[in-house]
Write a protein that binds this ligand. Structure first.
Ligand SMILES: [Zn+2]
Length: 190
């Protein structure tokens, strides 16, 4: 009857209204140009005896993250072997920069932990000197006995998220990270 037709119409209108009200403006698709290249090419031609360790560190990061592949294919990231002065990282932009591994520190600390830590800076992570060996970015604050070369889940997820973003939103800018590995003149107790 009439009332039935009206209620049907009402339902149709309400449905249409709900659908219309629920319509979300389609998010502006990030342009391909603005997206960060998912591959970070590193170069070990000047890494000396640490070249193999760089490859191991790349595998660790690749296994721990998504949106990112480290590959020995070029010069986004150059890895250097140095003697003295301390290991450090120079990040020019997210996924780009240089890592310096000090042979003297690598004789005290795990070379693989140093390598994955310094690469972590290139991948956007800051230092976190809380002494927790479960964290990669605690660096030397966890002591020379800490040989853990793996990022925590939170650290790995942060890198994945940075590389899932756009250059503008994720780029952490140019920065130098030094003194992550304090010198122990005497072996620390415990
Ligand atoms: Zn550091």
């Amino acid at each position: 009857m009439t009332s039935r037709r009206v209620s049907r119409l009402l339902v149709a209108l309400l449905t249409a209204g709900t659908m219309f009200g629920a319509t979300v403006a389609s998010p502006s698709a990030a342009s391909a140009d603005a997206r960060i290249a998912a591959t970070v090419c590193y170069d070990t031609s000047q890494a000396g005896s640490f070249a193999g360790i760089a490859n191991q560190a790349a595998t660790i990061w690749n296994n721990a993250t998504v949106n990112l592949t480290l590959s020995n294919c070029g010069s986004n990231l150059r890895i250097y072997q140095i003697t003295g002065g301390g290991s450090y990282a120079v990040r020019t932009s997210l996924g780009n920069g240089r890592v310096y591994i000090d042979t003297q520190q690598a004789a005290q600390y795990s070379p693989l932990r140093i390598m994955t830590h310094e690469i972590g800076h290139i991948l956007g992570l800051p230092d976190n000197y809380n002494g927790n060996c479960a964290l990669l970015m605690s660096g030397g604050s966890a002591g020379t006995s800490c040989t853990n070369p793996y990022p925590s889940t939170a650290e790995a997820n942060r890198v994945s998220n940075l590389f899932a973003g756009t250059r503008a939103s994720a780029d952490t800018g140019s920065q130098v990270f030094r003194d992550s590995w304090p010198v122990f003149s005497v072996a620390p107790v415990g």
